[in-house]
Ligand binder design. Structure first.
Ligand code: BGP
Length: 464
């Protein structure tokens, strides 16, 4: 059996659902200047808003104005928690002001109040790809040490304002994405620059900022639980060649575990020297890392990959990180390989290595859902995906005593895809009438998976 107070729910990010990108004093964030793309055409960063470009996050699904209706639907599904992020630029529109924007704080007062009224616990990501654009332009994003202070101030404002209301926090969404896509952390690499060096320095600043936020959260309210959040890279050796086994081990360690090592243990691991990066680290940084280790490990898991020590092989896509094709697995329309056993594999490693509570804060299937002639969406493929993953998670928790706090399905309502900017890459149990070009009534509609997930939550995972 899963715990009685298991946190079932769904997860979104402010920038992918709220819209209202320039309302109530909100400043521009990096996501506001990224165009729509597709599987084959990457999203573009324009640095200014251009009239001839389409920016899907500007309106997104208009959650900013429709949150009450949406929360009502989440409550019908029986959500125990709802993970969202706070848009940094609603609170500090430019990122470096002295005083926060009251209208922005007031929005989250209303949002959290509406959730609490339905018995839904807010789970808040402090920064989910929502870097203030002015911090990018003026300071170079996280490559600049000054960002630590701006972020810490922002986090402190949140911990004070939502004290007693929000208890579960995560400092940075998928902090490992900084290394793969530095732009997400506001770091724009110029041609000829050493991306690896700059990105790991930016990451170091985030590690320190995260550890300061953890300390602050605990000081302000000892009931606060603060987690890290990592995307996870599960890779199997392509053959029994020992070098493939080592390559797979490094794929997981360097892609995922390194980020947990620093945030859960509070220091850089010995193998970091093999990255050949000279970091600017102060004595105070080292103290902060040690003093601000996280309370739990939040992670996203969607798919797994195959790894070889040789070049070549058939490539497949994944969440931020690509890999090789696995002949034993099916893949989604976007090429992400479907592997519930990979979740067990991952949870074992995370729990055995850190002995900290785990929280699955993203999992789900992106699918181009179609409305049938009866006006319904019969998304059995999504139910199959979620059932298999929830079963895997339940099995491993029950059989091996892993401490798992909860499961939040990614995008319980259709939202803008982070990777491609498409609307048609839908994860929801609730459909939103909007297409890739931004047309549609924004009307919400329940899919078949809505009732299925309601039953899962109601039975605490016993009825799948
Ligand atoms: C993670 C992000 C989310 C999200 C999800 C699905 O990387 O934390 O923001 O969107 O993946 O990815 P996508 O939207 O590209 O399908």
């Amino acid at each position: 059996m899963l715990k009685k107070d298991f946190l079932w729910g769904g997860a979104v990010a402010a920038n992918q659902c709220e819209g209202a990108y320039d309302e109530d004093g909100k400043g521009l964030s990096i996501m506001d200047i990224i165009t729509a793309g597709s599987q084959d055409a990457p999203r573009q960063v324009t640095l200014e808003i251009k009239d001839d470009c389409y920016y899907p996050n500007h309106e997104a699904i208009d959650f900013y104005h429709r949150y009450q209706e949406d929360i009502e639907l989440f409550a019908q599904m029986g959500f125990k928690c709802f993970r969202t992020s706070i848009a940094w630029t609603r609170i500090f529109p430019h990122g470096d002001e002295d005083e926060p924007n009251e209208a922005g704080l007031a929005f989250y007062d209303r949002l959290f109040k509406a959730l609490k009224a339905k018995g839904i616990e807010p789970v808040v990501t402090i920064s989910h790809y929502e870097m203030p654009l002015d911090l990018v332009k003026k300071y170079g994003g996280w490559s600049n040490r000054r960002l630590i202070d701006f972020y810490t101030k922002y986090a402190s404002v949140l911990f004070h304002r939502y004290k007693g209301i929000v208890r579960y926090w995560m400092t940075f969404n998928e902090i490992n994405s900084t290394v793969k896509i530095p732009m997400i952390a506001g770091v724009l690499i110029k041609p000829g620059e050493n991306q690896k060096q700059i990105a790991y320095q930016a990451l170091h600043h985030q590690f320190v900022a995260s550890s300061k936020a953890v300390q602050l959260a605990h000081e302000i309210d000892p009931d606060n639980k603060v987690g890290c959040m990592v995307m996870t890279t599960v890779g199997y050796p392509q053959t029994s060649h020992p070098l493939d086994a080592l390559a797979a081990q490094e794929y997981l360690r360097d892609g995922t575990l390194f980020f947990c090592d620093v945030q859960c243990r509070g220091y850089y691991p010995g193998y970091f020297q093999n990255y050949h990066i000279e970091l600017d680290i102060t004595d105070d940084d080292l103290k902060d890392l040690k003093a601000g280790t996280v309370d739990y490990i939040g992670f996203s898991y969607y798919s797994s990959q195959v790894v070889s020590h040789l070049d070549g092989g058939e490539k497949v896509k994944g969440n931020i990180v690509d890999g090789l094709k696995n002949p034993y697995l099916q893949a989604s329309e976007w090429g992400w390989q479907i592997d519930p056993d990979g979740l067990k594999y991952l949870m074992r490693i995370l729990y055995e290595r850190y002995q900290l509570p785990l929280f699955i804060v993203e999992n789900g299937l992106g699918y181009d859902d179609q409305i049938n002639e009866n006006g319904e969406i019969i998304d059995d493929y999504r139910i199959d995906y979620m059932r298999a993953h929830i079963q895997a998670m339940k099995d491993i928790v029950e059989q091996e005593g892993i401490d798992l706090m909860g499961y939040t399905a990614w995008g319980p309502i259709d939202i803008v895809s982070a990777g491609t900017g498409e609307m048609k890459k839908r994860y929801g149990m609730i459909y939103v009438d909007k297409d890739n070009e931004g047309h549609g009534s924004l009307k919400r509609m329940k899919k078949k998976s809505f009732d299925w997930y309601r039953q899962v939550i109601l039975s605490n995972g016993e009825i799948l």
